[in-house]
Ligand binder design. Structure first.
Ligand code: THU
Length: 164
């Protein structure tokens, strides 16, 4: 029998600059750029910042924290989301902004989170039941906005699969 062809579709907005972003997202992106100043990235020289906006208006920062034993480090997105889980477990996440500054070159395209961060952020989205807006920018350049983590991670791993 012939195989069926399936397609995933992910939409995102691409803004040429921050002027066309809604003000709360513009502010959140600024916070992500401040957050990356706290990165500990002596090995990659690649500083990533994440700023998470909670329903209360509180903003929680994360930045990549590397370690001399490389796999022990953690990405900015997971540092931020796990901090929310630890400190504000009952608060919904409205949005996350992610930005980057590399020490040796200019990143002028949006920084898309790694697979492990997508899966981790997805868990928060599924748990809270409401989508999390994702805003991504390099050091400069256009800004991508996605309406949910699911749209970053189609065909995602689901807890139900653990139960057979
Ligand atoms: N990194 C992040 O913090 N977030 C991402 O989405 C991709 C990669 C970090 C991990 C490591 O410290 C450095 O960037 C280079 O991979």
């Amino acid at each position: 029998m012939a195989a069926e062809s399936k397609t995933f579709e992910s939409r995102y907005e691409l803004h040429q600059d921050e002027d066309s972003l809604p003000i709360p997202l513009r502010q959140l992106l600024k916070e992500a750029k401040q957050a990356l100043l706290n990165a500990h990235a002596p090995y990659s020289q690649f500083n990533v910042g994440a700023a998470v906006l909670l329903a209360s208006g509180k903003i929680v920062w994360g930045s990549n924290q590397e370690n001399m034993a490389y796999p022990s480090g953690l990405c900015a997105e997971r540092v931020a989301f796990f901090s929310v889980g630890a400190q504000f477990p009952n608060q919904k996440i409205i949005a996350v902004a992610i930005s980057v500054k590399a020490n040796q070159f200019l990143v002028d395209e949006p920084l898309a989170p790694c697979g492990a961060c997508r899966q981790s952020m997805l868990e928060f989205e599924l748990k809270q039941g409401d989508p999390i807006t994702i805003v991504m920018q390099g050091e400069t350049g256009s800004i991508a906005v996605l309406e949910s983590v699911k749209s970053l991670l189609p065909f995602y791993f689901l807890e139900e699969r653990l139960k057979g």
